[in-house]
Design a protein around this ligand. Sequence first.
Ligand SMILES: [Ca+2]
Ligand SMILES: [Ca+2]
Ligand SMILES: [Ca+2]
Length: 322
Amino acid sequence: MPTAPHAVDANTVDLWRFDEGAGQLTADSAGALNTATLGASSAADAADPAWVAGYPFPNLGPTATPTNTPLPPTATNTPAPTNTPTPGPSPTPTNTPLPPTATNTPTNTPVPPANSALTFDGANDFVQAARSVSASRFTVEAWVRPAAANANGIMLAEADDNNGWSLELDAGRPILWLSTNAGWQGVLYPTTLPAGQWAHVAAVYDNGAVRLFVNGVATTPATVGATLRITPSGLRMGGVPGYAYFAGALDDVRISASVRYTANFTPPATLPAVDVDTLAQWAFNEGAGQSVADASANARTGTLGASTAAGADDPVWGAANR
Ligand SMILES: [Ca+2]
Ligand SMILES: [Ca+2]
Ligand SMILES: [Ca+2]
């Protein structure tokens, strides 16, 4: 085994001592100067052998001194960053929340019932509107549901102390009061309205002839004064101060300038179409709010209570359930 690095002599064709310790080239110490390259090229690559410390010869002679100064690192010696993270495709979100569609719109928005009515507490609730009746012929009608049997109360009235008309319950029986040239006179229906049940009540006044109908069933005609004392007061539904208020529900109030009924009839489930004799009619189908619309051309919009503000004198909205 050699104890020192080989020396170049006349027979040496090439001699690479690998003493550079770094870089991509290793010098040929022999005369051929056949410089060798590490790996596939002078750039760093996977085929490059690694530099390590050489064999520890015990007797390094003068010839063992590296004759070629290690090459300074060149640009090509800089290890190429082979593992720099390459930006890959941006992650594509695959579960982006879908925007709400029309079908996601809440469907439980409160919707007023198609047929609503107003319930009066019998203490101070009322609806007011402009007066309708201005002659000695009219028909007034409404659906009525008394809260209790045998009660008193004003349902509909266009009256003051001396003039006008008033449709009331008298111990549960419908009665039409009229102020005529003969003074105040009342025409009473012979039977009571049951509590908690809808009944259609109609009253006709025609120049002294009066008829009442409950669920389309007529009374015998009555005769009173032929001329109505017209009141300047407006319409009140549910009560007039100083008199008993009506406890129960009202719906489909209609006032006409003609005789609507002369014999038994089937009460209309809903208000008939407006015609030339319709002075006013209120379906109470708003279901909410402070106003009730008059479908007639007279536009006698009603107000709940004394003002359009919510108050203790407002009747309460509810489904008619008729
Ligand atoms: Ca109604
Ligand atoms: Ca009010
Ligand atoms: Ca009240």
